[in-house]
Design a protein around this ligand. Structure first.
Ligand code: IMP
Length: 447
């Protein structure tokens, strides 16, 4: 008896102590992370982005009004919180300043300390955007389908040690020197290799110096800020962008983004130790989508795919491109569960499946006739992968009013239970509509 009591109280203590939660996309991005971040932000003190840039687009519906955020964490929609843009993010300062202004004019980002931007974050320069677009144009049919925001070229410069960081914008002489060093190279590449327009040193310098001045009030050492906050017991929510299958190392390379999108990126991209991350919630749609090129074994190029696109409003929040749609792929989400160490699963857009008489789920792959239970390393192999499907009953009912699992029709309940079983991750949330309220909270990671 005494033994049982002590293990129960240990569990209670552990639960109460959770003050860091990471939200990670378990598919190819656009899983509905913004909505779950928005929900959990109510309980958090700090909401931090740690990778990616304005390639992300988080759509949140607040009071019937749609708000799309590209750089500022979705937590900005709650008063009294501090949003952090961490060192691992690449920042287009023009886009960030516009977003700050748009949010402020709608009454957001008004608190005492609403936004902090890491001094170590790298800056997206106009030549990064130009190079991104020029390369995609030349790739033709083999294009990656990037968002054209200069993300890849900015990360390339970071790794090549020729990037310009936010802290460099704070010092005119450093900015001029760094820019002079790199611009000659970029102009020569743009002119001779890509046949594109070049950039004027003075013009870029003036523009970015001015950006630096406007950003100055927000710029600080965010690594220590977050770490100290965690030590004080404050609650920190880490907001991932894109998804695990777009990870630079473990995604469907080269059809990936240029950052570490998986949970391991939280530590490096916000400047904290990995042990600091307590709970990792993987976000997955009840089906699958991806934008841009690359492998997608369960893609549906038929009327079911059309239905998912139409009913799920599957158009990119950043580029407006129609998303490719397909069945749920347990191989992908299981891999995310392993790579990210998922402790909870949020299944989003369950309502979109309504009306399908039968629903298919991919439970495994076959590669050249042999079973394969995890993603292969090359696009050539991905292209030969055949999904192995299981079928379940659909449901005709509108489920958008469900607030508990028991409110769901039996078929929908069985479906989400099967997703949890196939991926080995316990359910944390089930989203049944776009609004904040249309959510079943199965297990709140903050307790
Ligand atoms: P980049 O990040 O713009 O370089 O694009 C590389 C790939 O990642 C492309 O296939 C994009 O469509 C995809 N991608 C980038 N950001 C997002 C996102 O926020 N959601 C979904 N896909 C994304």
């Amino acid at each position: 008896m005494a033994k049982r009591q002590s293990s129960t109280s240990r569990r209670a203590v552990k639960k109460a102590a959770v003050n860091t939660v990471a939200i990670i996309g378990a598919q190819w991005g656009d899983e509905g992370k913004g909505k779950i971040v928005d929900l959990l932000s109510r309980e958090a003190d700090i909401i931090a982005r740690f990778q990616g840039g304005n390639n992300a687009g988080h759509t949140v519906v607040v009071g019937g009004e749609q708000v799309i955020l590209h750089l500022v964490p979705s937590g900005a929609l709650h008063p009294g919180k501090t949003c952090v843009i961490g060192n691992g993010v690449v920042i287009d300062p023009g886009v960030l300043l516009d977003e700050i202004e748009a949010l402020r004019s709608r009454g957001y980002l008004q608190g005492e300390d609403p936004l902090r931007v890491s001094e170590r974050a790298h800056v997206i320069m106009p030549y990064h955007r130009a190079i991104d677009l020029a390369r995609e144009k030349r790739r033709g049919a083999g294009k990656i389908g990037t968002t054209g925001r200069g993300i890849g070229p900015a990360y390339e410069d970071k790794m090549a040690r020729v990037g310009i960081r936010v802290v460099d914008l704070m010092d005119e002489s450093v900015l001029r020197e760094r820019l002079a060093q790199t611009l000659e190279d970029k102009n020569s590449y743009l002119r001779t290799v890509q046949g594109e327009k070049t950039f004027d040193l003075q013009e870029v310098f003036e523009q970015y110096r001015a950006f630096g001045e406007k950003l100055r009030p927000y710029v600080s050492d965010t690594s220590h800020f977050i770490d100290d906050a965690i030590s004080r017991g404050q609650r920190v929510l880490f907001e991932g962008a894109q998804g695990t299958m777009l990870d630079i190392d473990h995604g469907t390379y080269p059809y990936v983004t240029s950052s570490t999108t998986m949970a391991a990126g939280v530590a490096a991209g916000s400047g904290i130790a990995p042990q600091r991350i307590r709970e990792v919630i993987g976000i997955s749609k009840a089906y699958t989508t991806r934008v841009g090129g690359g492998p997608f074994p369960t893609e549906l190029n038929d009327e079911v795919g059309e239905k998912l696109r139409r009913d799920g409003a599957e158009y990119g929040a950043t580029t407006g491109r129609p998303r490719r749609c397909g069945w749920f792929d347990a191989v992908v989400v299981r891999e995310a569960a392993r790579l990210d160490g998922l402790t909870g699963l949020a299944v989003t857009k369950l309502d979109v499946l309504r009306g399908l008489p039968r629903i298919r789920l991919c439970v495994g792959y076959k590669l050249d006739g042999a079973p394969l239970d995890h993603p292969p390393p090359t696009v050539a192999a991905w292209d030969r992968v055949e999904p192995v499907y299981e079928e379940m009953d659909g449901w005709p009912e509108d489920i958008s009013a469900a607030r508990r699992l028991t409110d769901l029709p039996r078929a929908a309940r069985s479906y989400v239970a099967r997703l949890s079983e196939l991926t080995g991750v316990p359910l944390a949330f089930v989203s049944v509509g776009a609004s904040r309220e249309a959510t079943i909270v199965v297990n709140d990671p903050f307790g």
